[in-house]
Design a binder for this molecule. Structure first.
Ligand code: NAD
Ligand code: ZN
Ligand code: ZN
Length: 386
């Protein structure tokens, strides 16, 4: 089949790869209908997130149709239209039962890499680094979905693919940001990064009753989009000092909850690929979020980092009494509610899918997504070009 593969830092190409097959009785095979880009792919493509291998199939946000079912699969049948959680988790281990599927003990088939990097083994992820299991991704015609009863969700008939594809990852990630921040009615919430994840965190904060939501970015048209579609305030952080401006707008106190949805900065020359290095990750918006948070507030890190960060303001965390939280999304827990909110039109993220390409044009799609030109927020690939 055709698939969009990582070939090395800043190189992706469409290749022929073997069709996936059922490996475990709990697997299903899904024929991909739509597969979407994510900021996490940019970390991988640049070589900033280690342990990619040439030929790895990218993509972890997708909707498709079940075409083959393992003998132990109970909840899915051939022909079902499903959205699949980006996180590969077993649904049965202690962590899954605590509602922490992205911490699953069984979803990652390469424990030795993760143990070295993070001292513990988190769940797997489609189309991602071998540190997260090296599962083949969804920028392809077909994909194998392990633990399908727990990770694949039937899409209600009234939901379009265009909307449902956000339930894989970006919407539950935004949802988690508001949950980890314990956003309450009356709160002021500031969000760094106005990509799909930041905008969906903003929408989640609004739905939880935040009084004011302020999105921070340096891409003008993304800020304008968030103003128009979610009705939030915005702040252009290349023009004003975000921390000072936020204090100014909040009577000197700062935001109650600061959500970081930026992740690792683009790579510096000479730092690409290879293994994790101490102090190698650029903290992007995290430092600003810590400084702009009010005393006793909460900073949530949704942006992805690979390993270690220098210059983290730990003194401010202590003396301001901050709570700092972070996680990969827990879609197995949140996707049912996300789909329900989508069905009720409370979540309508399809406006973020600004561009659509056939899988054959994958490299061009990623150039546009990386450069954030032509108003691009997210690119959707369709294997058959429709
Ligand atoms: N925790 C999770 O489960 C989860 C899920 C999906 C994505 N992510 C991560 O969330 C992050 C955002 O994902 P996305 O798809 O929205 O990515 P994106 O690349 O589309 O958006 C990132 C945005 O951050 C902005 N930005 C860069 N530096 C900034 C700064 N200093 N201050 C404010 N804004 C800045 C960019 O202009 C861009 O608009 C990525 O790191 C991604 O890996 C995490
Ligand atoms: Zn993603
Ligand atoms: Zn588990």
């Amino acid at each position: 089949m055709k698939a969009l593969c990582w070939q090395g830092p800043d190189r992706v190409a469409v290749e022929r790869v073997p069709d996936p097959r059922i490996v475990n009785a709990q697997d299903v095979i899904v024929r991909v209908r739509q597969s979407m880009t994510c900021g996490s792919d940019l970390h991988l493509i640049s070589g900033r997130f280690p342990d990619m291998q040439p030929g790895d199939v990218l993509g972890h946000e997708f909707v498709g149709e079940v075409v083959e079912v393992g003998s132990e699969v109970r909840r899915h049948a051939v022909g079902d239209r499903v959205v699949v959680c980006s996180v590969v988790a077993c649904g049965r281990c202690w962590y899954c039962r605590q509602g922490l599927p992205s911490c699953c003990d069984n979803g990652n088939t390469n424990p030795e890499i993760a143990e070295l990097a993070w001292s513990a083994v988190p769940a797997g992820c489609f189309g991602h680094s071998h540190a997260l299991g090296g599962f083949a991704g969804s920028h392809a015609e077909y994909v194998r979905v392990p633990y399908a009863d727990h990770g694949a969700f039937r899409v209600p008939d009234e939901l379009s693919d265009d909307r449902a594809v956000f339930a894989s990852d970006a919407a539950p990630a935004g949802w988690l940001g508001a949950e980890l921040g314990d956003v309450r009615p009356g709160d002021v919430v500031a969000i760094w990064g106005c990509g799909a994840v930041g905008q969906l965190a903003a929408r989640a904060a609004v739905l939880r009753g935040a009084d004011r939501v302020i999105c921070v970015d340096l891409v003008e048209d993304r800020l304008a989009l968030a103003e128009r579609e979610i009705g939030v305030e915005t702040l252009h952080c290349a023009r004003v000092d975000a921390g000072a401006e936020l204090r100014e707008r909040t009577g000197g106190r700062g935001a109650d909850v600061c959500v970081e949805a930026v992740g690792m900065a683009p790579p510096r020359a000479g730092t690409r690929g290879g293994r994790l290095r101490h102090g190698a990750d650029e903290p992007g918006g995290v430092r600003e979020a810590v400084h702009a948070c009010r005393k006793g507030g909460t900073v949530v890190v949704l942006g992805v980092f690979a390993g270690y960060v220098d210059g983290f303001p730990l003194g401010a965390v202590l003396h301001k009494g901050l709570t700092v939280r972070g996680a990969r999304q827990h879609g197995q827990r949140h996707i049912p509610e996300v789909l329900d909110r989508m069905r009720r039109d409370e979540l309508r993220p399809e406006y973020l899918a600004t561009h659509r390409f056939s899988l054959d044009d994958g490299p061009r799609g990623y150039d546009l997504f990386r450069d954030r030109t032509e108003g691009c927020v997210r690119v959707v690939f369709t294997p058959d070009g429709r």
